[in-house]
Design a protein. Structure first.
Length: 267
């Protein structure tokens, strides 16, 4: 009887090891995500609006608070989406978070089962398969539901309160060339080159054309008939060119900035 109690205790000693491993890794991931978020001057509410993840779940990831997080496989998905929003490789970062279950040796009673019955490993594989299918189906449904309303429900990652004071406006002077009035569809053109990764939002004639994090080295161009508004979270990392002119930094590194580029209505 004492031997049985001893074996039971030894068999369950492995349980805390995986929890401790998760806690350590989640703490490191949470600190990394928080420091990056604060570096870009984004609040928890800003990220929640952009990723569609509940605020308490984002806070729980940063604090490594397992009580507020779902099952490990779902938590891994939340980590991926959060990391992607900040410009990281979400898959690589999320794969560091273990989702396996603790292996606990079964007592001798399992050995008496017939070969025709499902063994624990089979049940585990079925369980994992069901979870993977459920997550894939849910992701597909959410993607279909959110894509049509993207232009109306764009997540607004506002800059700091002082950004409104830093707004700059450009009025384009009439070009001295042979351009005719038929060129109405190309009145304003803005190009950006990323010296460092930054969150960017672009509005053309009142319609959001792009919103997201662009990595270093990216080059993009947008055009409008009347006005373009460009907002960046890391202004020093964004080189802005108006109508193919010499590109200039939008502002200081690590600080948000908004620029409005308006076309002159005179032909």
């Amino acid at each position: 009887m004492k031997w049985f109690n001893l074996k039971t205790k030894e068999n369950t000693q492995e349980s805390p090891s995986l929890d401790e491993q998760r806690a350590k890794i989640l703490t490191e991931i949470g600190l990394k995500l928080r420091s990056t978020r604060e570096e870009h001057q984004f609040s928890i509410d800003d990220v929640a609006a952009y990723t569609k993840i509940a605020r308490r779940s984002l806070q729980a990831i940063e604090d490594a608070n397992f009580d507020e997080l779902p099952e490990p496989i779902y938590t891994q998905g939340l980590i991926k989406r959060y990391a992607d929003a900040l410009g990281f490789d979400g898959i690589e970062l999320a794969n560091n978070y273990p989702i396996g279950v603790n292996r606990v040796n079964r007592i001798s009673g399992w050995k008496n089962t017939s070969q025709g019955q499902l063994r624990p490993v089979h049940l585990y594989l079925i369980y994992v398969g069901l979870i993977v299918c459920s997550v894939s189906g849910l992701s597909h449904v959410l993607t279909i539901a959110t894509v049509p309303n993207n232009s109306e429900n764009q997540a607004k990652l506002p800059s700091s309160p002082s950004s409104s004071k830093n707004t700059q406006e450009f009025a384009l002077q009439p070009a001295i060339n042979n351009q005719t009035t038929n060129d109405k569809n190309r009145r304003v053109q803005v190009g950006v080159t990323l010296k460092d990764s930054s969150w960017i939002r672009v509005e053309a004639d009142g319609k959001t054309e792009f919103e997201g994090v662009l990595p270093q080295g990216t080059q993009r161009t947008w055009k409008a008939q009347a006005q373009l508004i460009v907002r960046a979270g890391n202004a020093g990392g964004v080189m802005l060119s108006v109508n193919q002119q010499q590109p200039k930094p939008m502002g200081e590194p690590g600080k948000p900035e908004e620029m409005k580029i308006a076309a002159n209505t005179r032909s």
